[in-house]
Ligand binder design. Structure first.
Ligand SMILES: Cc1cc2nc3c(=O)[nH]c(=O)nc-3n(C[C@H](O)[C@H](O)[C@H](O)COP(=O)(O)OP(=O)(O)OC[C@H]3O[C@@H](n4cnc5c(N)ncnc54)[C@H](O)[C@@H]3O)c2cc1C
Length: 373
């Protein structure tokens, strides 16, 4: 596929591929929880090249590269199935760069850039996922006003069992203040009153519940204005749109399926060929949409609708590929613990995390087609 990348960008792609050859045993894209020490070591090695800060401005210690370099990096890492882009270097760092005080920037950015600290995203709650503005976790100032006290619960936190810090969205305004009453906090996971409890997932990995029982957070660990987090959260999400669903994952899944079909002499079966033609078209559609999101980012356009379409096509396609493996492979592909069966179970989680298919389709209907809800 001709992506139109420049010579410098293609040289970077080759460099990333060469780098990843030394980490071919890192297998953290699907189930990071099983591979965290290896993924952490990979991130540390990337940090030595300053790749965790690839797109940060130079004045904050970054390399000042644009979204294309970031896309190339995380797409190659996805193709290698090594890892997903870490929250700390993305959402957390970009938010601190934009909205943190100089002291917060000095405290957190060097530790993130070096891969020393990692974060888990604490947004969703049992009654607030799609409707995030309904969240209830309380953040109240202590009577003396010296710190915040957090009480309540988060739910479905990826990787919280392994991360050092939590990036917490909490309600500091009145209960009915919706998006106008939310603030963002950094919480050290070891703080007294925090309990992380596993929620085993269908792919054998885990999400987590995180409970806050009178957890004291210093004032200087609030990022941005009190009650001012809602636009910041949206902005941070927008920063990541081009790297959230890298098509390299689909290309790799498809290539493995083709290799498997050929090794089982199924490549000439007309039914198989018909289905493979459709799957290949779907993967190419996801690749094109991924580049469309990237183009919007490069040109500074709002990529929300393109990203919503990309998420639907990407996540449905990874399920379709996994399903085809099971259909073609029969009992062999269904043996518990073998790769196709794992990919099938893992792919089930993709249409929910990061916003459900229904929510993405509604956004496309409203914003692209002008259909009102
Ligand atoms: C693998 C995975 C990783 C995750 N990681 C994190 C994480 O790290 N941090 C974090 O904070 N959260 C995380 N989540 C939570 C995720 O963001 C939520 O699960 C998701 O936003 C859906 O919210 P919900 O579970 O509350 O479902 P609900 O919002 O209750 O939705 C239930 C069903 O109703 C449908 N629905 C809801 N509202 C509408 C509507 N308006 N129109 C049409 N249909 C609707 C949904 O599509 C869904 O089918 C993760 C989830 C998964 C599966």
């Amino acid at each position: 596929m001709n992506t139109g990348f420049s010579a410098e960008e293609l040289a970077f792609q080759s460099e990333v591929r060469a780098f990843l050859r030394d980490y071919r045993n890192v297998d953290g894209f699907y189930c990071q929880g099983h591979q965290w020490p290896q993924v952490r070591a990979l991130f540390a090695a990337m940090a030595e090249k300053n790749w965790l800060a690839l797109s940060w401005p130079r004045e904050h210690g970054g390399l000042g590269k644009g979204p294309v370099f970031e896309y190339i990096l995380w797409n190659e890492v996805a193709y290698a199935r090594a890892a997903r882009n870490p929250l700390a270097a993305g959402i957390v760092a970009h938010t601190i760069i934009r909205h943190g005080t100089p002291a917060q920037q000095q405290t957190w950015l060097p530790r993130i850039r070096s891969g020393e600290v990692h974060f888990s995203l604490c947004y969703s709650e049992p009654e607030a996922g799609s409707d995030l503005a309904a969240l209830r976790l309380r953040a109240d100032r202590s009577r003396a006003g010296s710190h915040y006290v957090l009480n309540g619960q988060k739910c479905w936190q990826s990787y919280a069992q392994d991360m050092d810090y939590l990036w917490v969205l909490a309600r500091s305004g009145t209960q009915d203040s919706r998006g106008r009453g939310l603030s963002l906090f950094i919480c050290d996971k070891q703080t007294l009153g925090i309990t992380v409890s596993p929620l085993p997932t269908v792919d054998g990995d885990q999400l987590n519940e995180v409970f806050f029982d009178s957890v004291e957070i210093p004032l200087d660990q609030r990022i941005g204005e009190e009650n001012g987090a809602w636009p910041i959260v949206g902005e941070a999400l927008a920063d990541e749109r081009h790297i959230q669903f890298p098509p390299g994952r689909l290309r790799r899944d498809l290539e493995e399926l083709v290799a498997w079909l050929n090794s089982h002499d199924l490549g000439n079966d007309p039914v198989v060929r018909h289905r493979m033609a459709n799957l290949t078209a779907q993967v190419m559609e996801a690749e094109a949409l991924g580049l469309k999101v990237l183009e919007a980012m490069v040109r500074g356009r709002n990529a929300a609708v393109d990203a919503a379409m990309n998420k639907v096509i990407h996540t449905v396609t990874c399920q379709d590929i996994a399903r085809a493996v099971l259909d073609f492979g029969g009992p062999e592909a269904l043996v518990s613990g073998c790769r196709p069966e794992l990919i099938w179970r893992q792919s089930l989680t993709e249409t929910i995390g990061g916003g459900t298919t229904e929510i993405m389709r509604s956004m496309v209907a409203r914003q692209l087609l002008g259909l009102s809800a």
